[in-house]
Design a protein around this ligand. Structure first.
Ligand code: SF4
Ligand code: SF4
Length: 350
């Protein structure tokens, strides 16, 4: 039996015990969704794994956990392993699966190559001495910036869509999406409904910081969207668009710093280590793009403005190039599962 099959068998074993217990009812959508299915199969467990956002509430509530109890339960870890398997099973093109298996190597190498190419571009085309004195629009002309940005956006959206389509075909089982499910799915994704632990908040990073994870995750998401929209106004880096970009960058920096903090202090036993290995490098990459984005307005008029701007753009390129082959698959799959969950809920009520 290969590792994916082992992970699936183990998740089904654990969830079957939970289905009899149901103490964790109300913590998140996983527990409701489990009730919709009399017998769990592979596609449905994929769906449950992507509904889980790894808050660890069920782990801290469970009296049947490993290693103490003979049931050896660890739901966040079991679902985390399956979640990573859904990424590798649906990544497109398939040969890029290795990027998910070696996230530290791929993220670090890609970032180093991108920054090196940017520095070579600056020194060969403009000369090291002259580079920092040139206007930013000479270094990255608008006529180059906009088409490259559009191509990068389209590239990411197209691959995400193909991967999302593959994921959907594995989990939907001829279920119908309805308007309620779509709207509620969007609402749940934007407002992180499932991060509230049924009203008690997440158990990580600790009992006194129950909404910390919700806050930092929201900061990253909103900062990313704000920065994404304001990039369209390049080369306006001084006006409203510049201010919006700064705010987006601050939000990304604070949010990713918070996520890194959680990774550092959290209890590791209740987490899939494969998931952690995937999260770390991409979160650090996002943190670096956020920080270099914050430095842009601070460095205006200084000799390092152009260098920071160029490095920032190189890192953003890496974020978009790697997004479909990294931890950044998770917003797409979770969003699809939220739509399915809410559509299933509506279909059952009718
Ligand atoms: S995680 Fe434990 S407490 Fe929660 S439903 Fe499963 S068996 Fe029950
Ligand atoms: S870890 Fe949190 S989100 Fe995942 S199943 Fe348990 S309660 Fe739900």
């Amino acid at each position: 039996m290969n590792e994916e099959n082992n992970n699936m068998t183990e998740a089904i074993r654990q969830l079957s015990i939970c289905n009899a217990c149901r103490y964790c009812e109300g913590y998140c959508a996983v527990w409701d969704a489990m009730e919709f299915k009399a017998v769990l199969n592979e596609g449905y467990v994929y769906h449950l794994a992507n509904l889980c956002h790894d808050c660890r509430d069920c782990f801290s509530a469970c009296p049947y956990n490993e290693p103490v109890h003979e049931f050896k339960l660890n739901i966040p870890k079991a679902l985390g392993q399956v979640r990573v398997d859904t990424y590798t099973a649906n990544v497109r093109p398939k040969f890029l699966k290795f990027a998910l298996e070696k996230p530290v190597l791929v993220t670090t190498t890609s970032s180093i190559i991108a920054v090196t190419v940017a520095i070579l571009y600056a020194s060969l085309l403009f000369g090291l001495n002259k580079f920092s004195t040139l206007p930013v629009t000479t270094i990255i002309p608008d006529a180059f910036f906009k088409p490259v940005t559009i191509i990068l956006y389209l590239y990411t959206v197209v691959i995400w869509s193909v991967e999302g389509g593959s994921y959907w075909s594995k989990i939907n089982e001829k279920a119908h999406i309805n308007v309620y499910g779509l709207i509620k799915g969007i609402y749940d994704a934007i407002f992180h409904t499932n991060f509230r632990g049924g009203g008690t908040g997440c158990k990580v990073p600790g009992k006194n910081n129950r909404y910390f994870r919700l806050t930092v995750h929201s900061l990253v998401m909103s900062g990313f969207i704000i920065a994404l929209v304001s990039i369209a106004f390049y080369p306006d880096i001084y006006g409203y668009a510049g201010t919006a970009y700064l705010l987006g960058s601050i939000a990304i920096s604070l949010g990713t710093a918070g996520l890194i903090y959680i990774h550092l202090i959290e209890e590791k036993g209740s987490r899939s280590q494969k998931q952690s290995a995937m999260d770390y490098p991409f979160t650090i990459l996002l943190f670096l793009t956020g920080i270099t984005g914050v430095i842009i307005p601070i460095s205006i008029g200084t000799s390092w403005f152009n260098w920071n701007f160029l490095i920032h753009d190189a890192l953003i390129m890496v974020v978009f190039l790697l997004a479909p082959f990294s931890k950044f698959i998770h917003p797409i799959f979770r969003f699809i599962s939220l739509i399915k969950y809410n559509s299933d809920t509506k279909n059952l009520i009718q």
